[in-house]
Structure formats: C-alpha cells, structure tokens
Design a protein around this ligand. Structure first.
Ligand SMILES: Cc1cc2nc3c(=O)[nH]c(=O)nc-3n(C[C@H](O)[C@H](O)[C@H](O)COP(=O)(O)O)c2cc1C
Length: 141
C-alpha cells in the first residue's frame, strides 16, 4: 500500500554542502526502501515529498524529524495513494531561487517558498507545477 507524505522544515543555513549530503544519502538509501520523491529548497526552507510503502515512508519521516540539521519539521499532507506522482525521481531536487518567480507567485502572496503560510493542498499544487514545467533536477544544480 502506497502513501504520499509532504512536510516542511527550516535549516539555519541551507548550504550546497548540506543539499549534496542529503541528496547523496537519499540516493543510496531510498531505492532500497522503494521511496521516491522531491526535495525543494528556497531561502532557509525545505519542502520534501516522499512516496512509497507506508512503513518505509513513516520510518524515514521519523528519522528525518530527528535530524539535527533542520528544525520545525511540519507535516503538511499525508495520504494513501493509488499511484505515485514522483516515480521518476529517487530524490529529485529543485532550487526555488532558480525557478521563474511567476510559478511561486501563482500559489502564494510573495515569490518565495513559504509552505508554512499555505495549505498542504497548495504546496502539492506547486510541486505538480514544478513537474509540469520541468523544473526538477535529478542532480544538484
Ligand atoms: C531535509 C532533509 C531531507 C532528508 N531526506 C532524506 C531522504 O530522502 N532519504 C534518506 O535516507 N535520508 C534523508 N535525510 C537524512 C536523514 O534525516 C538521516 O540523516 C539519514 O536517513 C540517516 O539516518 P540514521 O542516522 O538514523 O541512520 C534527510 C535529511 C534532511 C535534513
């Protein structure tokens, strides 16, 4: 049984080294767990969607919540799903500072990533838009 989980968090500093470390870890661990997803970052905010079996997704989320490299981990959306939307990415990534601001403005008051200020549904819509507009990278950019 598949689930989709979306959360937001904040880091003191989202450095390229931190992104690289997270993505390197994801690309080693996630395939074995059958987990796919996308990691977005903009400013000091992360937003990550995880898809896969209920147990592996829940276990990974619990590990991520305990990770001291970020804080304020907030669950935005959790659902049982019939099919994956992010099957093509072991862990795709989007630097929202490099995305056309109009995509962010479509879903929020200002052209910044602020999943804390909008509903989980709106954040999922933003992710769908990022897929549709081919903004998701398979490697760090
Ligand atoms: C924003 C963020 C996203 C992460 N995403 C993943 C992920 O998709 N897969 C993964 O294995 N670890 C991810 N991690 C790392 C985990 O939090 C954790 O460090 C790693 O799974 C090792 O856990 P362990 O030390 O309990 O074995 C992420 C960490 C952060 C801060």
């Amino acid at each position: 049984m598949l689930v989709r989980l979306l959360y937001a968090s904040r880091a003191d500093a989202v450095t390229p080294e931190l992104i690289d470390a997270i993505l390197a870890r994801s690309r080693v661990t996630n395939p074995a767990l059958g987990i796919t997803g996308i990691l977005c970052h903009g400013g000091d905010v992360f937003m990550q969607v995880l898809e896969g079996g209920r147990e592996p997704v829940n276990d990974l989320y619990n590990r991520i919540v305990r990770d001291p490299r970020h804080q304020g981990v907030t669950l935005l959306h959790y659902a049982e799903i019939a099919e994956r939307r992010f099957a093509g990415w072991t862990m795709g990534q989007v630097n929202l500072q490099r995305v056309n601001p109009s995509i962010l403005l479509k879903y929020s008051e200002r052209p910044v990533l602020d999943p804390y200020a909008v509903s989980g549904k709106v954040s999922m819509a933003l992710l769908e838009e990022l897929i549709a507009t081919a903004c998701i990278a398979s490697r760090p950019s």
